[in-house]
Design a protein around this ligand. Structure first.
Ligand code: EPU
Length: 292
């Protein structure tokens, strides 16, 4: 009997993680699981805990860089339909943690519910967006969140209410293993107006960021009152390269990778950018992306 007997249909060994991330880089997961229901998810989390297997949750893979060596233990993806549902009721939208944030935004706009449309263009899942409080200059996902259902590392399902949630710049108190579902309380508005507003945000974002490249959104957090992109640009680092990784010419807080890149190239370029910005401008940049 193996450690994961009974979970054979949903667990694969040595699954390449690169295709599951926006960077398309990095090695395999020791175990990769796609549970089909909350019960299956809970069973898997409990079994992993009992067997001492470390567990990580992968969202849309748009804010993660996987190291070339890969990841020991279990990586869980909520890509099955049970975790991707979106329901509307009055001013409220409820979305599974595995639903795409972009899908949630389009449902909101279609239903005439305002608030999330400035976030258009942010990739990833609802769970990932809540975990890191994804946002733009027009606001963040946390400000519209009224409730979340989470699962702990022992497989327990909990409801977290608004009063018990805190969101700050790219940070949230939702730190349990899995964000199973999020609920968003939005404001009534005209769907046509909302569509226009969303399109405007999309055009601005597309002009300013290298969307559609092999990248992972902004690499660094903005230091208080400053823009990391502007600092990296001022330090003269646009176009700097290590192997197949390059600081974007369009927006300096993005690193774009080409087919030949390795994760190591990206990590070395991150180190180079950090040390040059510290040296030339005296600012220590903090990473926004997670390195696995
Ligand atoms: N700028 C430069 N050179 C650059 C990039 C930017 O001079 O290479 C200047 C711009 O001209 C502008 C200022 O820096 O005057 C700010 O730039 P931008 O409006 O692009 O915003 P940002 O602070 O760089 C933040 C978020 C983005 C979000 C945008 C738009 C962070 C780290 N970045 O970027 O979020 O999309 O605002 O709302 O908070 C992300 O978090 O992954 C992300 C992409």
């Amino acid at each position: 009997m193996s450690l994961l007997t009974g979970f054979d249909e949903i667990v694969r060994q040595g699954e390449a993680l690169a295709p599951h991330t926006w960077f398309h880089l990095g090695g395999p997961a020791e175990y990769f699981a796609t549970p089909r229901s909350i019960d299956e998810l809970a069973g898997l989390v409990r079994r992993s805990a009992a067997e001492g297997i470390p567990v990580r949750l992968l969202g849309g893979g748009s804010n993660v860089l996987v190291r070339d060596e890969g990841v020991p233990g279990m990586v869980i993806s909520l890509s099955e339909p049970a975790f991707g549902e979106i329901r509307a009721s009055g001013h409220t939208l409820t979305a599974g943690g595995g639903a795409k944030l972009g899908h949630l935004i389009s449902v909101a706009v279609r239903e005439g519910l305002a608030g999330l449309e400035p976030l258009v263009g942010i990739p990833g899942t609802v769970g990932g967006a809540l975990h890191g409080n994804a946002g733009s200059r027009g606001g963040d996902v946390g400000q519209w969140t009224c409730r979340a259902t989470v699962m702990t590392r022992t497989g327990e399902l909990l409801q977290r209410e608004r009063d018990d949630l805190t969101f700050a710049y790219r940070e949230s108190s939702l730190d349990e293993l899995v964000i199973v579902e999020g609920q968003f309380e939005l404001e009534r508005d005209d769907p046509e107006e909302l569509t226009k507003r969303m399109q405007k945000h999309w055009i601005i974002k597309k002009a300013a960021q290298p969307l559609g490249h092999q990248s992972a959104g902004c690499i660094f957090k903005n230091p208080r009152g400053m823009s990391a992109g502007m600092l990296i640009d001022q330090a003269g680092l646009k176009g700097s390269r290590v192997g197949g990784a390059e600081v974007s010419d369009l927006h300096a807080n993005f690193i774009v990778a080409d087919e030949s890149a390795s994760s190591q190239d990206v990590l070395r370029l991150i180190d180079l950018v950090r040390s040059r910005v510290a040296e030339r401008l005296g600012v220590e940049l903090e990473m926004e992306i997670e390195v696995w």
